[in-house]
Design a binder for this molecule. Structure first.
Ligand SMILES: Nc1ncnc2c1ncn2[C@@H]1O[C@H](COP(=O)(O)OP(=O)(O)OP(=O)(O)O)[C@@H](O)[C@H]1O
Ligand SMILES: [Mg+2]
Length: 542
C-alpha cells in the first residue's frame, strides 16, 4: 500500500473511532494526502539518547494513535524503557523531537508530562513503603479540604474513596489504608497501575505491567486496557510475555540495540517474526532439549516443614539430575517455603537433608555455607546491591573464590570471573564497573542469576527466574538449569508460568494454600491437571 515507514499512519488499518478526531480529512477524498490529517496522538522522530559509555537509542521512531495499544518489543537493554522515560520527561533526549497532539513538546519532568496527560507505569516499582496504599496512589496530588497554619489539609475521606475506586476498577482487594510495606510484588504492581489510572491520562505507558501478575490478574488488567482503548486512550505496552500480546495489541514496534527495526500491525505479523527481529536471527525452540536424566539418588529432602499461618506439612524430595517445579497460584506458599529453607524466614518444625546431612539453618548465611542458593523473585529488595558495581554484585556471595590465600581480593581473578558470567548470560553493560542500578531491568535480573551461579551452590531455588527476561536469555537460563542438573546440582524452579514448568521440570509439586496438594510427573500431566491441584480441587495422597 506504499505507506510504510516510521511515523506514517496506515490509513486502511486505522481504528474506527479515529474518524471523529480527523475533521478535514474528508476534504481530500480518495487522496493519500489524508495521512497528514491523521496526526498521531504522539510521535517521536529521530530520538537518540547517549549515556556515558552507552548509546541507548539511535534515531528511533515511534508513533501512537488514539485508541490503540502499541507494543514495544526488544531484548533486555534494547532501549524500550529509555525511550518511554524520554516521553515521560524522566530523561531528556540527546537529539530528536517529541510531537504530542500536533505540537512539538519538551518535558523536563514527569510532573510536566503528567500535566499534559501522559502517565507511565515504570518497570521498577517506586512506591513509598511507609505510606498507605491510598497515599501512594495520590502522592503529591492528595485531595485537599482547606488550609491550616500554612499547609493544606488532606481530605482523607475522599483520598480513601478515590483510591478504593481505582483499586476496584482493577478488581483488586487491597485495603487502601494499609501501608505499602508488606505487600507482595504483584500487589505493588497493581497499586502502581491504579496510580497511573488515577491520572486519567490520554497516553498511558505500561512498562512490564504484568511481569509479576498471575494470569487472572493479567486478565483483569486487560479488561481495563480494553475499556481505556475504547475511550480513546493511547497505550504503549512493553512486555517480554509475547504470548499474551495477541489479546490486546494493535501494532508492534521492535527495537534492537537501541535502533529502530520495524513497526507492524500485530494481526499481520507473528510472534516468531517479532522474535527474529528482536534477536536478529530466528529462534527455533522455546525450551532446550533436556540433557540431564534423573536418577534414584535423593540429594535433597524436606520433611514436615511448617510455619504457623504460612505453610503446613511440606515434604518433598529432589533426585540427582532432576529439575523439580513448584507450581501454584500467587500466595500459595512456594516462595515462603523456599525462603524458610534458605533461612530467610523462621521454620516452626521440619527437617531438611542435603546429600544425607541434616542441615541446621537459622540464617541465609548458614544456608549459603551449606551450599544452598535462593534466587529471589524480588530483585530490588533481596537480590542486588543496586548502588554497587556489576563485578561487586557478581562476586558478593562468593568472595572467597576471588581472593588470594591472604584473604585479599585478587582483582584479575575477580575481573575474569565477572566477564565469564557476563558472556554466559549475555549481560549488556558498558563495563564491569558500571553501577547495577544503571542497567536495564532484565540485565539486573541476569546479574542475580550470575551471582548465584558463581557461588557454585549444591541446590538452587530459582524463584520466577525469567520474569522480565527476553526470549533469547530465557533459553540461556533454561540451558544453565539443565546443565546444573546434569552436573548433580539440585534445581528447584518456582514459576507461575505453566508452560515453563511443563517445558523444564521432571516433576512438579503443586501448592495450594500453604500445602502441597500433589507431586506430579511432568511428562504425565498437563496445564489443566496442575490447575486442578493448584486450586485445591484435586489432591493426591502422597
Ligand atoms: N541511567 C542510565 N545510565 C547509563 N546507562 C543506562 C541508563 N539507563 C539505561 N541505560 C542503558 O541503556 C540501555 C537501554 O536500557 P533500557 O533500560 O532502555 O533497556 P530495556 O529495553 O528497557 O531492557 P529490559 O527489557 O531489560 O527492561 C542499556 O544498555 C542500559 O544499561
Ligand atoms: Mg526496561
Amino acid at each position: 500500500m506504499g505507506l510504510t515507514g516510521p511515523g506514517e499512519a496506515n490509513v486502511e488499518n486505522r481504528p474506527a473511532e479515529l474518524g471523529q478526531t480527523m475533521h478535514g480529512a474528508t476534504m481530500l477524498p480518495g487522496r493519500v494526502a489524508s495521512v497528514a490529517a491523521i496526526e498521531p496522538l504522539l510521535r517521536l522522530d529521530n530520538i537518540s539518547k547517549d549515556f556515558p559509555g552507552v548509546k541507548a537509542l539511535a534515531n528511533v521512531h515511534f508513533d501512537l494513535r488514539r485508541g490503540e495499544v502499541h507494543a514495544v518489543c526488544g531484548e533486555n537493554g534494547a532501549g524500550k524503557s529509555t525511550l518511554m522515560k524520554i516521553v515521560s520527561g524522566v530523561y531528556q533526549p540527546s537529539s530528536g523531537t517529541i510531537t504530542y497532539k500536533g505540537e512539538e513538546r519538551h518535558f523536563s519532568s514527569t510532573r510536566e508530562s503528567e500535566a499534559a496527560g501522559i502517565a507511565i507505569i515504570h518497570q521498577e516499582l517506586n512506591l513509598v513503603p511507609h505510606l498507605t496504599v491510598a497515599e501512594n496512589i495520590y502522592l503529591a496530588r492528595e485531595p485537599r479540604r482547606g488550609f491550616l497554619g500554612g499547609s493544606f489539609l488532606v481530605d482523607r475521606k475522599k483520598l480513601r474513596a478515590d483510591a478504593k475506586r481505582c483499586l476496584d476498577r482493577l478488581g483488586v482487594d487491597i485495603n487502601p489504608d494499609r501501608p505499602v510495606r508488606g505487600l507482595s510484588v504483584a500487589q505493588c504492581q497493581m497499586v502502581e497501575i491504579a496510580k497511573a489510572l488515577s491520572l486519567d491520562a490520554e497516553v498511558l505507558i505500561m512498562d512490564e505491567p504484568t511481569s509479576s501478575l498471575t494470569e487472572q490478574e493479567t486478565g483483569k488488567l486487560f479488561k481495563v486496557i480494553r475499556d481505556l482503548k475504547a475511550s480513546g486512550v493511547g497505550i504503549v505496552y512493553i512486555s517480554h510475555r509475547l504470548d499474551e500480546m495477541s489479546e490486546i495489541v494493535d501494532r508492534v514496534t521492535v527495537l534492537r540495540d537501541g535502533r529502530y527495526i520495524s513497526t507492524d500491525d500485530f494481526a499481520a505479523t507473528s510472534i516468531d517474526a517479532i522474535v527474529s527481529k528482536m534477536v536478529g536471527r530466528s529462534l527455533e525452540e522455546k525450551f532446550p532439549e533436556r540433557t540431564s536424566v534423573p536418577s534414584d539418588e535423593v540429594i535433597f529432602s524436606a520433611q514436615g516443614l511448617s510455619r504457623a499461618g504460612v505453610f503446613r506439612d511440606i515434604s518433598f524430595t529432589l533426585r540427582r539430575g532432576e529439575i523439580l517445579g513448584f507450581a501454584g497460584l500467587m500466595g500459595a506458599g512456594r516462595t515462603e517455603v523456599a525462603r524458610a529453607i534458605f533461612g530467610a524466614d523462621p521454620l516452626d518444625t521440619g527437617t531438611v537433608t542435603l546429600h544425607g546431612h541434616t542441615l541446621s539453618i537459622s540464617s541465609p548465611r548458614d544456608a549459603i555455607a551449606a551450599g544452598l542458593a535462593y534466587l529471589s523473585e524480588d530483585r530490588k529488595a533481596q537480590g542486588l546491591a543496586v548502588k554497587m558495581t556489576v563485578d561487586a554484585n557478581m562476586t558478593l556471595a562468593n568472595m572467597a573464590a576471588v581472593s588470594n590465600r591472604f584473604g585479599l581480593i585478587d582483582f584479575a581473578k575477580h575481573a575474569r570471573a565477572t566477564k565469564e558470567y557476563i558472556d554466559l548470560l549475555n549481560i549488556r553493560t558498558p563495563s564491569i564497573k558500571q553501577p547495577v542500578r544503571l542497567l536495564s531491568g532484565g540485565n539486573q535480573q541476569k546479574i542475580i542469576i550470575g551471582k548465584w551461579l558463581f557461588r557454585k551452590s549444591k541446590l538452587l531455588f530459582f524463584d520466577e527466574p525469567t520474569r522480565g527476561i527476553d526470549v533469547g536469555a530465557k533459553l540461556a537460563i533454561y540451558r544453565i538449569m539443565d546443565e546444573l542438573a546434569a552436573n548433580g546440582i539440585g534445581v528447584v524452579l518456582i514459576s507461575s508460568e505453566l508452560p515453563e514448568i511443563l517445558g523444564m521440570t521432571d516433576r512438579v509439586a503443586v501448592f495450594h494454600q500453604g500445602r502441597i496438594t500433589g507431586v506430579l510427573e511432568t511428562a504425565k500431566t498437563d496445564q489443566e491437571e496442575i490447575m486442578r491441584y493448584a486450586s485445591g480441587y484435586a489432591r493426591s495422597a502422597g
